[in-house]
Design a protein around this ligand. Structure first.
Ligand code: GLN
Length: 472
């Protein structure tokens, strides 16, 4: 059942929230030891929340809907680890704004999901607590960094989940797990209580089994928040209303640089073309479009994101949070804590970022990357003068085998070649499952939209979903 259906049933008294929850906890019991979607299952807390909803007269728009939360969002009194040893033992003293809004809407948080440490990665293999497995084939990765949230939805542990994006971490694992994943416009969803990776790129986004559930979740968690200075001072535009409206007359551009590039599997390219053809048959105007500077997205991203990360992660010094490994003096304690607490990928990013920001190299690397970022924004603005939305692959490939890319960071970074440009521009995008590719594994098609273009983006995504061949 979808979140929309569950909430309607619980509100109408046809089912109890407790009954819905027990069914999902049973699914978790049956398969979690194999999948490892969660760092922590919150069965007791969830039962108490479900019972409170059943007893309440005002059940809310998410009444009794089980939700999985990526473990980089703060939950008051409940460990929040970012899948890192450095936060060992830390319990946030407050809830993230999104968590608070889910509670208020009647949602039931079932657990905190696994991720690549501090959301750095594309496979969830960089977790300090071991990898998550893809429910479609447990020898393969679920994608990342929101691999736990994506796998939880794909495995039926929860109908919906929240993930976070810095460079594709909701859309790419959604694509690999055969679910829907959304990267909202920067500033549409509050980042208050989301542990920072790269603040100018980070954004929380919904995952679900269908487009409608993601629209519902975004309507609930999005909208202005005074606690986040980058929050857009406006409500979320209506997404559910108009979701099923016709796409006839819309202009849809297929991004050539992403669809035809080397490394995109033929089945993935075919899925994008088939989705475009289906939209054309529904009356949309479809044409190829060039966004030339998007080619440089990965290069700019791997300077900007590590630069911001090196600054954000300076706060883990053994004094304020979690782990402390003692040393002879403060500097030694600080170094030993960070050495023991951070994994290899996090250390690699801190070193890359520190180097890119260093006095002699700042202009050549960080400054240049920011100029490229501006060029990418301009290219997309030009594309949106001609088209309402754009289409592209989400991930160039289907889910790969565990271990296949762990020794080759550059190969891992290329997983995000089609998603990273949207984080750099701050625009919106959604990944929708569209049939299967190699090995019968799910393929995702991406719909990109201009800032606050979510209403039309969701409408096109819904039209694609309706016409998609079913994944095996
Ligand atoms: N895979 C990208 C990275 O490793 C994006 C991660 C993300 O979006 N959080 O940085």
């Amino acid at each position: 059942m979808t979140a929309v259906e569950i909430a309607a049933d619980v509100r109408a008294g046809r089912r109890s929230a407790r009954d819905v929850l027990e069914q999902h906890l049973a699914a978790i019991d049956a398969r979690e030891s194999e999948i490892h979607a969660f760092n922590l299952v919150l069965a007791d807390e969830a039962r108490a929340a479900a019972d409170a909803i059943d007893a309440s007269d005002d059940k809310g728009p998410l009444a009794g809907v089980p939700i999985a939360i990526k473990d980089n969002m703060c939950t008051r009194g409940i460990p929040t680890t970012c899948s890192s040893r450095i936060l060992e033992g830390w319990k946030p003293p407050y809830d993230a704004t999104v968590v608070q809004r889910l509670h208020e809407a009647g949602g039931v948080i079932v657990g905190k999901t696994n991720l690549d440490e501090f959301a750095m990665g594309s496979s969830t293999e960089n977790s300090a607590f071991g990898p998550t497995r893809n429910p479609h084939d447990p020898t393969r990765v679920p994608g990342g960094s929101s691999g736990g949230s994506s796998a939880a939805v794909a495995a039926g542990f929860a109908p919906v989940a929240l993930g976070s994006e810095t460079g594709g971490s909701v859309r790419q694992p959604a694509s690999l797990c055969g679910v829907v994943g959304v990267k909202p416009t920067y500033g549409l969803v509050s980042r208050y209580g989301l542990v920072a990776f790269a603040s100018s790129l980070d954004q929380i986004g919904p995952l679900g089994t269908d487009v409608r559930d993601c629209a519902l979740l975004l309507e609930i968690v999005g909208g202005h928040d005074v606690l986040d200075s980058t929050s857009i001072p406006a409500a979320v535009p209506p997404l559910l209303d108009g979701l099923d409206d016709s796409v006839a007359g819309l202009g849809i551009g297929v991004i050539e640089e992403m669809t035809d590039r080397d490394g995109v599997e033929p089945a993935v390219r075919d899925a994008v073309r088939a989705a475009a053809a289906a939209l054309e048959a529904a009356g949309a105007h479809v044409a190829p479009v060039s966004v030339p500077s998007s080619e440089y997205g990965i290069s700019a991203y791997y300077l900007i994101a590590p630069a911001e990360a090196s600054s954000n992660l300076a706060r883990y010094d053994g004094v304020r949070y979690g782990l402390r490994v003692d040393g002879d003096d403060v500097a030694a304690m600080n170094a030993r804590t960070r050495d023991a607490g951070f994994g290899d990928e996090v250390k690699r990013r801190i070193m890359l970022g520190t180097y890119a920001l260093s006095a002699g190299y700042y202009d050549a690397y960080y400054g240049q990357a920011q100029r490229v970022r501006t060029l990418i924004i301009r290219d997309f603005e030009r594309a949106y003068q001609q088209f309402d939305v754009l289409l592209a692959p989400t991930s160039p490939t289907v889910a790969f085998e565990i271990g296949a890319k762990t020794n080759d960071p550059w190969a891992m970074y290329l997983c995000d070649v089609c998603t990273v440009p949207v984080n750099l521009t701050g625009h919106a995008a959604i990944s929708v499952p569209y049939g299967t590719g190699d090995f019968g594994l799910p393929v995702g098609v991406q719909v990109l939209a201009p800032p606050l273009g979510e209403p039309v983006m969701f409408r096109v995504a819904r039209a694609i979903e309706e016409r998609a061949p079913r994944a095996g």
